[in-house]
Design a protein around this ligand. Structure first.
Ligand code: F0G
Length: 470
């Protein structure tokens, strides 16, 4: 008989196991397909996982956006929807939740994150202005560019190296910001665009020391800081775990301190805030608020619903309260770490340190024989789907798009495939199945061929592009 080895991750890592602070009340059956069915479905989808039908997917790790499970309290809140066109009571709940938990003064609801990005970009960016940011995000940068702005990456260099173990790879490089201010003048900087955590870098956090130092720098030059707060709860968790002086502080306290160093925030509530749809803007400046409140009625809806139903506003208000709880965020990120540690143990190349919302497979290291223009990350997403029906997302050259000035492809240093973990949806057993499938695809890597792009849409091409096998 074999000697009994460690049976749980807790035993394996010499610590006590954690478990989710909830139990499951309702279930949704999953579909299991055959390899032949997946071959057909993927070919029909042009080798783009965005174009698959969700019914053809087994474990869906495309995104953590709008895919969370809501709590019984949120569902109960949906029954309290006040569907008045103006002045819905649910809006006032939401407003007070954001004011209390994030600490900003004025709130404008939007239908989702990019609705908020659109409004704030139109309101504050003047043609030709520079927007320094800690790495681009697809929709964020596009709205900045459509408003006439020019995005400049000012994230620290470590963020571009998937193997670098810097604990705060989302940090802003203050020298890069200073250099842009010196070159263009503070008046030509629309604002600094800070995201916590940084999605495209692998869900990497920004430290409190960094945002505090950035605030001091910006105060010297009169430059504003706007926060993409989409995964800021997760950022707060990493500060609590990794930054000296914060171990005893709650997620709520850390979040509020971080936000206090910024002038405004936009939010895709579909992530941290545990709802299936929604977004918001929050600002401290009264004049900017007036402008945003004016724009929201043009593009989203009246300023007390912004494209959401009353019931959605209520679920969101409750979701914010739940998402800031320490036990929630610990188990949310704990599950991501569980999957990442399994893969790392098998020497599968992933972005380190493990980030907050996803495991990012390093497709360049996975497929060293593929050129970047053969779409290694897209290829990996396709292979994973073929192996097991798991859906992931490309975050490499297809997502990076083209330079609007030259028309050339952006060639990002990071060529990643994202296994994004929805909140409160899958179990540890699902994570085991995912890890084993990644391992099977890794073991077959040498014979894998790349892709070429057949159809390329003009905006955010990764969503609808079609590929062919080489
Ligand atoms: N900012 C960040 C950091 C995001 O990750 C997203 C969306 C947005 C803004 C836009 O928000 O989708 O509500 O309009 N990210 C999704 C993802 C799509 O899968 O990472 P949205």
């Amino acid at each position: 008989m074999n000697a009994p080895g460690p049976r749980t991750m807790g035993q394996q890592f010499g610590r006590r196991s954690w478990a989710e602070p909830w139990k499951i009340k309702m279930v949704e059956p999953l579909t299991v397909t055959t390899r032949a069915e997946r071959e057909r479905a993927l070919a029909e989808a042009g080798y783009n996982t965005f174009l698959l039908k969700s019914e053809d997917v087994y474990i869906d790790l495309l995104t953590d956006s709008g895919t969370s499970a809501m709590s019984d309290r949120q569902w109960a809140g949906m029954m309290l929807g006040d569907e008045a066109y103006a002045g819905s009571r649910n809006f006032y709940h939401l407003e007070s939740a954001i004011q209390r938990i994030y600490g900003y003064r004025y709130i404008v609801p939007t239908h989702q994150g990019r609705g908020a990005e659109h409004l704030i970009s139109q309101a504050v960016i003047k043609r030709g202005q520079i927007i320094p940011g800690n790495m681009y995000f697809t929709t964020t940068r596009l709205h900045q560019e459509l408003a006439g702005g020019i995005f400049h990456d000012v994230i620290i260099d470590e963020a571009h190296d998937p193997a670098d173990l810097h604990p705060f790879k989302g940090n802003v490089d203050l020298d890069k910001v200073q250099a842009l201010i010196d070159l263009h003048g503070a008046g030509n900087i629309a604002y600094i665009s800070v995201a916590g955590t940084v999605n495209m870098a692998g869900g990497q956090p920004v430290s409190m020391a960094n945002i505090r130092a950035l605030r001091a720098l910006c105060d010297r030059h009169g430059v504003r800081i706007y926060l993409d707060a989409t995964r800021m709860m997760e950022n707060a968790y990493f500060i609590q775990q990794r930054e000296a002086g914060y171990a005893e502080r709650s997620i709520a306290q850390i979040l509020k301190e971080f936000c206090s160093y910024t002038d405004a925030a936009w939010m895709s509530a579909k992530k941290d805030n545990l709802v299936n749809i929604g977004g918001w803007l929050a600002v401290n400046d009264r004049e900017l608020f007036e402008e945003l409140r004016n724009l929201v009625v043009v593009y989203e809806g009246l300023h007390t619903y912004g494209g959401m139903a009353g019931r959605d506003l209520e679920a969101l208000a409750i979701g914010i309260e739940e998402s800031v709880r320490d036990d929630h965020i610990r188990s949310r990120i704990g599950q991501v770490l569980y999957l990442g540690e399994l893969l790392a143990e098998w020497d599968i190349p992933i972005v380190r340190p493990i980030g907050g919302h996803a495991i990012f497979l390093d497709a360049k290291a996975f497929y060293p024989h593929l050129a970047q223009i053969e779409f290694p990350a897209q290829t990996l997403a396709a292979e994973l789907y073929l192996d097991s029906g798991i859906r992931s997302m490309e975050r490499g050259i297809a997502s990076a798009g083209r330079d609007p000035q030259t028309g050339d492809h952006h060639y990002p240093k990071l060529e990643l495939t994202r296994l994004t973990i929805p909140r409160r949806v899958y179990t540890q057993a699902h994570m085991d199945v995912v890890a084993e499938s990644v391992k099977a695809v890794y073991d077959a890597r040498a014979s894998t061929r790349g892709l070429r792009m057949g159809y390329e849409p003009k905006y955010l091409r990764f969503f609808q592009a079609r590929f062919e096998r080489l």
